[in-house]
Design a protein around this ligand. Sequence first.
Ligand code: S3P
Length: 448
Amino acid sequence: MSAHGDPILMTACKGGPLSGVAEVPGDKSISHRALILGALSVGRTEITGLLEGQDVLDTAKAMQAFGARVTQHGPGAWSVEGVGVGGFAEPEAVIDCGNSGTGVRLIMGCMATSPLTATFTGDASLRKRPMGRVTDPLALFGARAYGREGGRLPMTVVGAAEPMPVCYTTPMASAQVKSAVLLAGLNAPGETVVIEKTPTRDHTERMLRGFGAEVTVEETPEGSRITLKGQPELTAQKVAVPRDPSSAAFPVCAALLVPGSDILVPGVSQNPTRNGLFLTLREMGADIEFLNEREEGGEPVADLRVRYSELTGITVPAARAASQIDEYPVLAAVAACAHGTTTMPGVHELRVKESDRIDAMARGLEACGVKIEEDEDTLIVHGLGPGGVPGGATVATHIDHRIAMSFLVLGLAAQAPITVDDGSPIATSFPVFEDLMRGLGATITRAG
Ligand code: S3P
């Protein structure tokens, strides 16, 4: 089934080496947050490098529905005229967040401490995903949520008229949950505290500070204790969105797998809460150079030079899971082409992403002739070595952009072409994926 419109069959097959420059789009997490914080600020926020993927466009529409004025001025150049903290208007219609868990969870957070009601929905993938993980802490502020069985969308959130500040320990490693609580804390009096045992991406904290909120982080025996002083006046900013390491992962991995490849991926965020995949690949023997390391838009970035490499499987430290959580699907594809076994423990959160990504990768890899083992929290891939993956399968992608892109990357290195049953969700995060990959020399085609 397709996210928007008809399914698009896509096929990737073996070809010559990849070369050239891969300019991947803006970071999805930062793009959502730039729109949301722009909407909660006073003045006109100017954003450059915004990801124009469907997930982010859905968040832009939602911010308009809550009263902000969001305008596109050119490719990646957007402005948001905000309404200020506590200034949201009640939306006239249902908020459709499409495929985006980040969009819906962060937006629920930032409306939950205002006296207004909003109803949220999404596509068939998002309607299966658990919202209780955000509505439980939002209830502590005084918000109420009415959804389908199991805390699923569609769901109506009634914001708290007199919100209380909250101290909340996140029960799972989730930046979305942390961010929803912090965004709710903006319109609550006093201090809102989030304690996280495992560090997760910190874009919300960084950007809140950039917009003028007081946010402190203290390391304690219980974990990181993040404190936000409520009811700040956020001031409009200029935000330059760095390129997305989670999108960069696809051309990087493709170059590692296709013999003779040598590519440059410029300006990729190297935020330590996001760069786990690159560390893992280097431990597997990847030839990745980090050039021209610098700071852009408040984030550390580097240009990555990547050359074809023979890789060897490793055990990926479970403690690294949060910093590469979105990259496990493509890592599993890479692991299939490595010598030996790659063991990925501590990955149960993959079961509640756009699809159950452990299951989707396991079934797809098996269909491509790769031996895997899995349990609730672990994926093990028995690599067949360079050129060893038979391929020749059509893989089910379950409305999941990263599953689709991962198998297309694998198809570039497999003996026989690999087809994905629907590539349309790729547009949610990486709308220029096909053109960018073809520009590097990859053979990726659409059926029909
Ligand atoms: C995101 C957090 C992660 C990640 C998602 C983006 C964010 O989800 O998988 O793609 O922008 O906060 P969880 O918070 O569920 O781990």
